[in-house]
Design a binder for this molecule. Sequence first.
Ligand code: ADP
Length: 200
Amino acid sequence: MDIFVQIYTMLNIILFGKPGSGKGTQAEFIKEKYELVHISTGDLFRQNIKNQTELGKLAQKYMNNGDLVPDSVTIGMLKSEVESNIYANGFLFDGFPRTVDQAVSLDKFLDKKNLRIDLTIAIDVNEEILIERILNRGLTSGRKDDQDKIKIKNRFDEYNSKTSLLEDYYKNQNKFKIIDGYGNIEEITKRLYNQIDQFI
Ligand code: ADP
């Protein structure tokens, strides 16, 4: 009975947004408020690189160039992260899925566990502003992919050619919302809470 209740009260959200749009910053607030487990594939990769694991070594060259890490690697990593937090109140996915194959795999994987994505929210900010923000972040983040305009543009290209297809994917499931990503951090947090509160 406990497990039944647990499964059907889960809240699973995906945050979308181009590099630099503030997903990571906002995820911190959302996970606290709604008591979700935050899964950021970018953070997981960076952790693996720091610890020089096999997975980290594999991901490093893709990340440094601003290319997506192959689905074969990313999907496995994501699944094992979900498995190890399976009794969470819900998940906040940040940076995953980024391709249609990743989204399809995620749906199948959740479905087998009687779970589903409830809501996806994209934070919308224009690329000119994002480039400024990312270069600024690069001064302190130490991230190689934040320090070079060509790599940043490549990340946008990856988003526009692969990740943006997910807008239709989730619109077809009636789960796609978009919020304005301009303004100060608090205002954007409020817009996100507002979308989530309308859902729950
Ligand atoms: P940002 O969105 O600011 O570019 P992330 O931390 O989300 O930063 O991702 C950094 C890098 O990690 C990406 O450019 C990509 O190389 C890799 N990565 C993260 N998530 C995925 C994913 N779902 N699929 C493939 N590669 C990913």
